[in-house]
Design a protein around this ligand. Structure first.
Ligand SMILES: C[S@@+](CC[C@H](N)C(=O)[O-])C[C@H]1O[C@@H](n2cnc3c(N)ncnc32)[C@H](O)[C@@H]1O
Ligand code: SF4
Length: 406
């Protein structure tokens, strides 16, 4: 932070770990709360942390992007949300925001809370949908009707927010081609500008509540592949562009534009057009990224709040990036965005870049082709790009990913 030059631009990420419901399929770091009691004290901790972090930056910095993630960031009541955003505005200044995105659980938000978010500049909403089929929803412990989802989409549009993402999952219990098509029909009738189509990661050793998911009803790898391909073809047929491995966007969406103009990035948060090199993470378990490396806050909310109360920073671990790490991270990012990487993209890494690419080509002689300064993943091998990319080195992408390769 001390190396940040005056006038630098930063992005903010704010983590709200709480959820009212704990969906059985979910592998995110969340904690349930039946009441609103923990929310105001948590917000007070985040603001105390924000003040301390702000003091270590130069006087003049500009916040260009902000993302509220969770958990369920729309859980705090409107008054608590107001004190959070008002506080951040006083500490960092939010009037130059270009993008302010928020993860929204449609069953845990209302017009009042959306209004507060809009007043502080929300530009993009990301709605958890997963699947609309009642039998699938019952098996993953998450009920959410199309009507309630449509209602929230309507409220967002009335507030002038047209940039709407849906998160969908394939590979869920009882999903098949007909249930998938029905879900896609309903989704398309709401016309989101962007869709994430994630493969369901069944990792009960990491997420205990997944033990109630009926494993015998999970589609096998071949069926998963078929589901993804069917969804992909439907979305392409409806005019969406495929972005990287699992995103789809209308051509006018910023991510689609970044993709076409080869400005697409992939961070630990997923695909983005954010090119700002400093991301400040606030809240329990949040990750900050600086040109020198990464830092992660205490992931236990209790320990996070104790650390802030004791007057220290809440960081629990850090990772300094070596030149080799940086080169490998760039190789992985290009592959995950474009299924190819050019030596010209890796200028500044010299001979190291060539070594990383030729080692990958040797490991996967059939799946990749390395010619004329460009390494390309063959079309048939694209579903395996995670495995291929991970072979570039033990990087953040590999360590943090919990999704199955397909
Ligand atoms: C923080 S959650 C969503 C925000 C909000 N709490 C909601 O439920 O709508 C972020 C997304 O992670 C994805 N996700 C969660 N668990 C997953 C799993 N086991 N496998 C793949 N994706 C998962 C879901 O698509 C989910 O919408
Ligand atoms: S899907 Fe959303 S609401 Fe459900 S447990 Fe995960 S973060 Fe919480």
């Amino acid at each position: 932070m001390r190396e940040t030059p005056p006038g630098a631009e930063i992005s903010l990420y704010l983590h709200i770990p709480f959820c009212r419901r704990l969906c059985w399929f979910c592998a995110c770091r969340t904690q349930g709360t039946k009441t609103d009691a923990p929310l105001a004290p948590y917000v007070a901790s985040v603001l105390a942390e924000a003040k301390r972090v702000r003091a270590s930056f130069p006087d003049h910095i500009t916040v260009r992007r902000m993302h509220l993630g969770g958990g369920t960031p729309t859980l705090p009541p409107a008054s608590v949300m107001e004190s959070l955003l008002g506080g951040l505005d006083r500490i960092f200044g939010l009037n130059a925001l270009q993008e302010f995105s928020v993860e929204i659980d449609p069953v845990e938000c209302d017009r009042e809370r959306l209004g507060v978010l809009r007043d502080y500049g929300m530009t993009r909403a990301s709605l958890g949908v997963q699947d609309f089929e009642p039998r699938v929803q019952a098996a993953i412990g998450r009920e959410q009707s199309p009507e309630i989802t449509q209602q929230v989409v309507g409220m967002l549009r009335e507030l002038g927010i047209e940039a709407i993402n849906f998160d969908l999952l394939y590979g869920l219990p009882f999903q098949n081609m007909s249930t998938l098509e029905r879900t896609l029909d309903t989704v398309l009738s709401m016309n989101p500008s962007r869709l994430a189509l994630y493969g369901y990661a069944h990792v009960p050793w990491m997420s205990k509540r997944q033990t109630v998911i009926p494993v015998e009803a999970l589609p096998d790898p071949e069926a998963r592949y078929g589901l993804f391909e069917r969804a992909r073809n439907t979305l392409l047929g409806q005019g969406y562009l495929q972005i990287g491995i699992d995103h789809f966007a209308r051509p006018g969406d910023e991510l689609a534009q970044a993709f076409v103009e080869r400005r697409l990035r992939r961070s630990f948060q997923g695909y983005t057009d954010d090119r700002i090199s400093r991301l400040v993470g606030l809240g329990s378990s949040s990750v900050s990224r600086y040109p020198q490396g990464y830092a992660q806050n205490q992931s236990s909310t209790r320990l996070y709040q104790a650390a802030v109360r004791d007057g220290g920073l809440a960081v629990s671990r850090g990772l300094a990036l070596s030149p080799g790490d940086r080169c490998v991270a760039e190789v992985i990012e290009h592959l995950m965005c474009y299924f190819e990487v050019r030596l010209a993209d890796l200028q500044g890494h010299g001979r190291l870049a060539h070594n990383v690419l030729s080692t990958m080509a040797d490991k996967f002689p059939e799946a990749v082709n390395f010619r004329d300064g460009k390494l390309r993943v063959e079309r048939w091998a694209r579903p395996l790009v995670r495995i291929i990319a991970a072979s570039a080195g033990a990087t953040g992408e590999e360590r943090q990913s919990y999704s199955a390769a397909i």
